[in-house]
Ligand binder design. Structure first.
Ligand code: SAM
Length: 239
């Protein structure tokens, strides 16, 4: 009998943010294929004999590793095992969740999905910021900062967002900030970067768009970058 693959969102870092359904999937898995940044405490819920494989991507080898992840998962599922594919945040937010699901379906394997808490949503509350706020922001937009150099990216559309949340934007932060200012966002607009949200090394950096554009803001990846007037209403609190 063919097994099943459960695509599980591990949340942004803190294992307490994995859903109850996600934890149950980990507890019942025969095989767990997990991303590199998953908090290892979550793997402690696995059965003692579960096969646990770190399939974190290495720079420059992403496509080869992705192909190998899929073939291991398909092989184990065809042998009747319950395979958990554990991915950071939500697998369907810049996580290739749909592509992996399609690959499993094409291989004749059943898939169960367990959404996770995306870092895009978790980072705001961690930093005292709401992504929406009555009278201030009716919407938010989540964009990747990885592809800023691609031709045809309409930054004027993103610049018009009420609240803009940028993932994978640390390396290109200066260029993105300049582009947003060129597209009409106030240079004085407040921003926060939330590094390693919900982990022990979590760190919040507050600045303005002008400061980011000038290269004056130090920040390390992974970080979620939040831009918009909602930050004026940021709650100051002692963590
Ligand atoms: C490939 S995307 C995956 C996003 C993931 N699927 C999610 O829903 O959070 C990786 C980016 O997510 C963001 N990210 C993921 N986990 C994070 C965390 N704990 N703290 C801050 N940013 C995080 C960073 O912008 C990072 O570059």
């Amino acid at each position: 009998m063919t097994g099943v693959v459960t695509l599980v969102g591990a949340g942004p870092g803190d294992p307490d943010l994995i859903t109850v359904k996600g934890r149950r999937a980990i507890e019942t898995a025969d095989v767990i294929l997990h991303d590199r940044l998953i908090d290892k405490r979550a793997l402690g819920w696995a059965r003692p004999r579960a096969e646990i494989i770190d399939v974190g991507k290495r720079f420059g080898l992403e496509e080869e590793i992705q192909t190998s992840i899929m073939s291991i998962a398909i092989d184990r599922a065809r042998r009747g095992f319950h395979v958990v594919r554990l991915k950071g945040g939500d697998p369907f937010v810049f996580g290739r969740g749909i592509e992996e699901w399609q690959t499993f379906v094409a291989a004749g394997i059943d898939v169960v999905t367990v959404p996770g808490v995306s870092s895009a949503l978790a980072a705001g509350p961690i930093a005292g910021v709401g992504l929406t706020l009555r009278g201030i922001a009716r919407s938010f937009t989540v964009v990747t900062g990885h592809t800023i150099t691609d031709v045809g990216i309409a930054w004027d559309r993103y610049a018009a967002a009420d609240t803009l949340v940028v993932l994978m934007g640390v390396a290109n932060r200066q260029r993105i900030a300049r582009r947003l200012i060129d597209c009409g966002r106030p240079a004085s607009e407040p921003v926060v970067f939330v590094e390693n949200a919900t982990s022990e090394t979590e760190f919040v950096v507050a600045a303005t768009l002008a400061e980011v554009a000038a290269g004056e803001v130090q920040v390390e990846s992974p970080a979620v970058w939040i831009i918009g007037p909602v930050i004026h209403s940021r709650v100051a609190f002692e963590a």
